[in-house]
Design a protein around this ligand. Structure first.
Ligand code: CMC
Length: 392
């Protein structure tokens, strides 16, 4: 195997050069294109941040208007794509539906599959940004057995998504501006995170010159795993189990520390952050404000706070530098907004989409890009002789 080095999980191996997102895990710093996440979360909007990630600069008023207009024009889905969605079983996991539908975009929109034609890449970018929230809302409606609505393009992206999700035909749906603002901010916080598992998946698939829809569809599958985006729903399941009395907070923490049955404190720990995840700090503050404004008093929050308090003082977590990550508190916000647990990771996917697109485009434009092809250290049998079936 020559000079191949083993790096399981790519802990020490950089797969690319990137100018999109900067993380200093020790200091708990996250910046998109140089802008601190705290400033973007406070002063920006999700579409503006999407623009920043994809094109490299914050948009001017005119650029943002044009970009918003383009995204608004593409929110509808082909009717046949809706038929595809309705063919899935009602209890299908919405992440599977989401990924399948994004994959299917490659069949409905064959005029934007090129990986070299700039106009086509732009068109597939806009189509994805515009259609993913519609697909996500339809996956929800389908799972609830409720009728679908058409997008209302006088609304912004988040408002439209909330109406498509929670509205009913022939009924006026008033978007709660507090909820819309909070969701928009959560999308900003999730928008990119450099070479995480799903972004690396998008890059790896794209490095074989697969189109943007195919690459993003693969990224959605990577995100669905409970060690990645799936953690946000796994946190709620964990809190629910403790609430039901399967374990007390103390016995649960004992199990985690003894690594019984592989139990982990979900929403804790991170490959890169060895400090408080800066996104989690913002999420916690937003959660406090939102729950107060919505008048929600969730007993699961008390359990989460207790778990965090114990963990931040306990040697097991301190020695391993395990802190709450972005997923620890987001679920409580989504729940307060009325989303069922199985939709949480779908919300993460809507937020992460501009990051995937930006990573894919950066890779395609980089002349140094090569097909992603990790090596291995072979540990199997040395050469041996074939034995015919009747002699074994
Ligand atoms: N609960 C208990 N122990 C943990 C946890 C946890 N959540 N996370 C890490 N550890 C332990 C781990 O067992 C190991 O212990 P030891 O040194 O005794 O073997 C040590 O801490 C180092 O962890 P690791 O598994 O080597 O770290 P990693 O970088 O490979 O994994 C992680 C990172 C995020 C997958 C992991 O921390 C984890 O599984 N966390 C829970 C799932 C989660 O919240 N995921 C969301 C990540 S953030 C957003 C996103 O990516 O979607």
């Amino acid at each position: 195997t020559g000079n191949v080095t083993l790096d399981v999980g790519y802990v020490n191996t950089a797969s690319c050069q990137s100018a999109i997102t900067y993380i200093d895990g020790g200091a708990g710093i996250l910046r998109y294109r140089g802008y601190p996440i705290e400033q973007l979360a406070k002063g920006s909007t999700f579409l503006e941040v999407s623009y920043l990630l994809i094109y490299g600069e914050l948009p001017t008023t005119q650029q943002l208007e044009e970009f918003t207009g383009k995204v608004q024009r593409h929110t509808m889905l082909q009717e046949d794509l809706k038929n595809l969605l309705s063919a899935f079983p009602r209890d299908a996991h919405p992440m599977s539906v989401l990924s399948a539908a994004v994959s299917a975009l490659g069949t409905f929109y064959q005029d934007s599959l090129s990986i070299t034609d700039k106009d086509q890449i732009e068109l597939s970018t806009i189509r994805l940004l515009a259609k993913l929230p519609t697909i996500a809302a339809y996956a929800y409606k389908k799972s609830e057995g409720q009728p679908l609505l058409y997008p209302d393009n006088s609304l912004g992206l988040v408002e439209n998504f909330l109406r498509l999700t929670f509205g009913f035909p022939a009924e006026k749906y008033d978007v709660d501006p507090v909820m819309a603002k909070a969701l928009d901010q959560l999308f900003i916080l999730h928008a990119d995170h450099e070479q995480n598992c799903s972004a690396s998946t998008v890059r790896l698939v794209g490095s074989a010159h697969a189109n943007l829809f195919a690459s993003v569809s693969a990224g959605i599958h990577a995100l669905s795993g409970p060690l990645h985006g799936g953690a946000n729903s796994a946190v709620l399941d964990m809190l629910g189990e403790i609430q039901r009395g399967d374990d007390s907070v103390e016995t649960f923490m004992k199990k985690v520390k003894n690594k019984e049955d592989g139990v982990k404190l979900m929403g804790f720990g991170h490959r890169v952050y060895k400090n408080y995840d800066p996104r989690a700090a913002i999420v916690k503050q937003t959660m406090d404000e939102l729950l107060k404004k919505l008048g929600v008093n969730d007993p699961l929050l008390d359990i989460a706070l207790q778990l965090e308090e114990i963990a931040l003082k306990d040697d097991y977590f301190v020695e391993r530098k395990l802190y709450p990550n972005v997923d620890f508190y987001t679920g409580l916000i989504y729940k307060a907004m009325g989303f069922p647990t199985r939709m949480f990771t779908v919300l993460f996917a809507i937020g992460r989409l501009p990051g995937w697109v930006a990573q894919w485009r950066e890779m395609m434009e980089d002349p140094a890009t090569k097909i992603g092809r990790p090596r291995q250290i072979y540990i199997g049998e040395t050469e041996r002789q074939f034995v015919p079936l009747d002699k074994r």
